[in-house]
Design a protein around this ligand. Structure first.
Ligand SMILES: [Zn+2]
Length: 247
């Protein structure tokens, strides 16, 4: 089963996007934001808060989730020849598909990284002729299109952040265009930093406990030095050390 089913989209999103197209709005027009919000809210639920391409969790990364235009909305590059070529190396040159900028089927939730890496990449399989209507079949895309393809038929996730193409599928196009091979190292580094931070928070908590301060003062002090760490986590650490009488 493909990830998205356009017939189940919320009416405010569908109607709002159609109205924006009828008005000739730009993608960033303020009048479209309510429709986009409705669409994002729906996609968060359907996508299980995961990026459509790398499948990492994106729900709580404020400002880090984006609506990707599966077929790019704008033109990039000046070579007409390259813009109609179906060779992989020419696909970042595109005439763009401004007519599909508000097409619900063309919009999907991604992490910022995937959206930026994909950029102007044009995944319509045969670019030699102009697309008058939005491509309606799975075979029209050299991509893992959430309305037409099942992700697992194209990309196998190994060890959470290692992406392997299913032989003979469209997986390689997504893996290459979104540079998914770089994610494993990125996630390993993030994990390393998180562990280092936990260790530093614990050390400070221990030090303050030895000064015999009340819990609230300890929590305040730790929050001051680590504003990004949740108060509940700091309280838990304080309680944990007290219960174990380590201090
Ligand atoms: Zn992603």
């Amino acid at each position: 089963m493909p990830l998205i089913d356009i017939t189940k989209y919320p009416k405010p999103a569908i109607d709002g996007l159609a109205a924006a197209l009828a008005r000739g709005d730009d993608w960033t027009a303020a009048a479209v934001s309510a429709a986009k919000d409705a669409l994002v809210e729906y996609l968060i639920e359907v996508q299980g808060s995961r990026c459509a391409y790398c499948k990492r969790l994106i729900k709580n990364e404020i400002g880090l989730r984006e609506l990707d235009h599966i077929l790019p909305k704008g033109a990039l590059g000046t070579s007409v020849q390259r813009a109609v070529s179906n060779s992989q190396s020419d696909r970042r040159v595109t005439k763009g598909y401004p007519a599909f900028r508000f097409e619900p089927k063309n919009l999907i939730l991604t992490c910022k990284r995937c959206n930026h890496r994909k950029g102007s990449y044009d995944c319509r399989k045969d670019r030699s002729a102009a697309a008058v209507a939005y491509p309606a079949a799975a075979g029209d895309f050299e991509w893992v299109h959430p309305a037409y393809h099942e992700f697992a038929d194209h990309i196998t996730l190994l060890n959470e952040f290692v992406y392997q193409e299913v032989p003979g599928s469209n997986g390689a196009a997504v893996i290459d265009a979104c540079r998914l091979a770089g994610i494993e190292a990125l996630e390993a580094r993030a994990r390393e930093l998180r562990l280092k931070e936990i260790k530093e928070v614990n050390m400070l908590v221990l030090e303050l406990l030895r000064e015999d301060l009340p819990d609230d003062d300890i929590v305040d002090s730790v929050m001051h030095h680590f504003p990004q760490v949740l108060e509940s986590k700091i309280r838990k650490a304080v309680r944990g050390f007290r219960d174990n009488k380590i201090a």
